[in-house]
Design a protein around this ligand. Sequence first.
Ligand code: NAD
Ligand code: MG
Length: 380
Amino acid sequence: MKKIAILGSTGSIGTQTLEVVENNGDIQVEALSANGNVDLLEKQARKFKPSVIAVFREDAAKELKERLKDMNIRIVTGMDGLIEIATLPETDILVTAIVGMIGILPTIEAIKAGKDIALANKETLVTAGHIIMPLAERMGVQILPVDSEHSAIFQALHGEDRGGIEKILITASGGPFRGKNRAELENVQVEDALKHPNWSMGQKITIDSATLVNKGLEVMEAKWLFGVDLDRIQVVVQPKSIIHSMVEFKDGAVIAQLGTPDMKLPIQYALYYPERRYLPGDRLDFWKLKEITFEKPDTDTFLGLPLAFQAARTGGSMPTVFNAANERAVSKFLHRKIRFLDIYDIISDAMEHHKVIPNPSIEEILAAEQATYERIESRW
Ligand code: NAD
Ligand code: MG
């Protein structure tokens, strides 16, 4: 029986991972974790009977301990707790469904402990791809992408010679504001930005889809995951999210993965790779679908994408600054402290004022993150 631990089991990816586990019935969940959602953690604990649960917030950890008195489950807390569940001797795979840069350290420790990583957390490769990828190779562990685009590329590359890649084509829905210009985005509200046309996801990534920052982060991840230069990565808008991404090969062949928008497919593919299993749910009906349309991304309006390319080209600590500035800006937007377009100004300002550290260590990455937060707090 495969054994897994989940960082962020109460979120969108975390709960869908548990649905996949439940449908299949042959994976043991050894560990759950969350920031502090005690109600859901208690339900998950009673259903999946893990041996340990990491609750980041200490008060919430105390409360969960009290509620689960009748069960034999260890409760751990803080960063040490996250690292502990990431490195449990009995697990095979760590699912990184946690949001934010908080996921980096536990993921690194898990790789050092020889765990395969089912990777959803974007920040890991965006900020520390230069450390993670060589480490994974050295440890002989697999980085199995959970994001639908990277899973699609991973599936398209199955059995292919990576040297034959000409181009990676990452598809984008364009988000809820596709077709709008800057003037029309001046006064958009949090509710408008949270209305994603195709996917139901956590709040942070949903805002990132509206700004196209999400697509920028995915470009950076693709660079690391598949070892391709940035000029070989192209973003193609395909509004209905039917084509999840494509690879063009040297001979001109393009291989794509298509399907209904359902994250359980890439999650299940990562958990059972290379095995394919039945997955309940809708299937594509090409008669109903009739057409699949494509557009060029509007990079004059949605600056998330060009700023991400700029950060990735600069490299070193710049992607960390791009990511940290965005993380803080999105949080401010969600709390209605800034306007939608301010997100771009905050990211540009942070990038302009950052002195790049080439090849940063984890400590330098975390320090660049902190310095970015401090700059933003002092100015916005
Ligand atoms: P979410 O907000 O729904 O869930 C986040 C999870 O992280 C929750 O379980 C939360 O408790 C946990 N968490 C947050 N801070 C924590 C902390 N300090 N300690 C422990 N746990 C903490 O987010 P999501 O949409 O599931 O996304 C998770 C990650 O996966 C993100 O990096 C996102 O970019 C990526 N991702 C998500 C999707 C999607 O469809 N939702 C698709 C691709 C990639
Ligand atoms: Mg995606």
